[in-house]
Write a protein that binds this ligand. Sequence first.
Ligand SMILES: CC(=O)SCCNC(=O)CCNC(=O)[C@H](O)C(C)(C)COP(=O)(O)OP(=O)(O)OC[C@H]1O[C@@H](n2cnc3c(N)ncnc32)[C@H](O)[C@@H]1OP(=O)(O)O
Ligand SMILES: CC(C)C(=O)C(=O)O
Ligand SMILES: [Mg+2]
Length: 566
Amino acid sequence: MHSNPSRKYQPFAPIALADRTWPSRTITRAPIWLSTDLRDGNQALFEPMNGERKMELYLELVRIGFKQIEVGFPAASQTDYDFVRRLIDENLIPDDVTIMVMTQSREDLIDRTVEAVRGAQRAIVHIYNAVAPAWRKIVFNMDVPQVMALVEHHVSHFRMQSDKHPETEWILQYSPETFSSAELDVSLAACQTAIKAWGVNANRKIIINLPTTVENATANVFADQIEWMHRHLVPREHIVLSVHPHNDRGTGVAAAEFAMMAGADRVEGCLFGNGERCGNVDIVTLALNMYTQGVHPQLDFSDITSVARIAEECTSLPVHPRHPYAGDLVFTAFSGSHQDAIKKGFGAQAADAVWEVPYLPIDPADLGRTYDSVIRVNSQSGKGGISFLMEREHGVVMPRRMQVEFSNVVQRQTDTSETEMTGDALWTLFDATYLTTPRTPEAIVCHAHRMTNEGQSIELDVTVNGVRQKLQGEGNGPIAATVDALGLPLRVDHYEERATGSGASAQALAIIEAAMEGAAGSTFGAGMSANIMTASVQAVVSVANRLNARRAAQEATASNVEPVTV
Ligand SMILES: CC(=O)SCCNC(=O)CCNC(=O)[C@H](O)C(C)(C)COP(=O)(O)OP(=O)(O)OC[C@H]1O[C@@H](n2cnc3c(N)ncnc32)[C@H](O)[C@@H]1OP(=O)(O)O
Ligand SMILES: CC(C)C(=O)C(=O)O
Ligand SMILES: [Mg+2]
């Protein structure tokens, strides 16, 4: 990189607009959207779409609800020409949709464009020429009056040609290309020249489209430029003021939002921000930003994943996994505190209340995303996400301290495997940790049990230390009686039992927290069975085995530890 970039690059100049009003405005309604996926998006692809792909994307754009669609540059390519003809000849344009086609300000190209659109019920013809100093000097070698003459001549030429086909309702869109890099008075003069040449009046409107052909300033500067044009363009009431932001600085969405606040009626962009260089403004993000403010964008993204897959298939470009609203990972919380907050948020969210789930700016269900992918578990996950999945997918509600204990078990597993854990994998680990009797010689294996005396007495058929035996115990319930029968110094601190599942498949899950002499701290055990008593007995055996194992491990560690002299 250059050691002194100020020698190579110039900062943008602020706009003198002291009484700007846009910063205190809010967006309260959807703009007129124009999708330029089939033109600006298409011209930016390694391999432009063929007719078939264009058709697939066109039909999806119509389905989403775009009422204006730029369908191509018919004078530039036979594919585009044929595609436009097909739309018209096969009557594929719904009555409430208007197609737009683009052309340079050149007579031959305008003629071919008119020919391409002939017979359409309604069409917008988009004529453009660059107006900024570098383009005037380097590309066109024209001074400002020559640029105005170019505009005047070609808009008049289009007017004359389109007048020959009164069966079509012709609408002119004029774009002073490179607007954001141009002097405002030059852009305004070019637009007023087009307005005059087109003969704008109440019955003959015009779309003036102001692009950040190359985004080169902060979004507030663009907003100032738009507010300035909004105030100066005449007759403003017969002009649809449109913006066409690109994303070279990564602020295309902000520029479009500020521009709407500054007076823009219409926004041109592409799905998922496809388009030249860093893309056109992303209409999906813009629309859903609006939606999360309670303003309906009038576009249907209720199955966002399907829209993303169609766009990917047609453009051969991937939607980034972290793309706002649409990326595969945006409704996935990996970190523990986020998972915890999301779990609590879902628990607290009433169906008809204002959306208030922490970390989720939008309800995934509104985009057709399921909660399945909301929480995933990896080595960064805490108890929140784990217990959310265990509860939702397996009906297992763990007491808080057990959540902490089990999350440590999960963490050890994910640290080793370095992969994400699914709900099924979590269940397997839970089962192995609490429900399945360990296959160690010391483990207590309970083969059968029989309660008598209304649950106050128990007979156990067990294997202890490899010896199968019958044990008997008494107590004020199955848990106390089982502890008594096993003859272990167990102290039960907590017990709970819940149904998992419902109906015939319902199982009781008993959870016990207990401590034992010789084993530091308490731990949990669990038992699961269709029979409540059996679940309780199994839970005692489970916690006994876990405490025995802990005691053995602690004794082994203690005997291996070298004494430390301080
Ligand atoms: C910001 C944007 O996205 S604008 C849209 C850009 N998209 C495209 O251009 C895609 C399709 N375009 C094409 O395939 C070609 O440009 C064509 C077929 C339209 C024209 O091709 P060519 O005739 O070979 O011309 P080319 O595109 O190279 O343009 C160069 C000439 O057009 C002039 N020109 C460029 N833009 C315009 C314009 N908007 N209006 C009038 N003249 C223009 C240039 O000054 C140059 O003139 P010169 O030959 O006298 O130096
Ligand atoms: C509006 C047209 C000319 C365009 O694509 C641009 O300037 O980026
Ligand atoms: Mg563009």
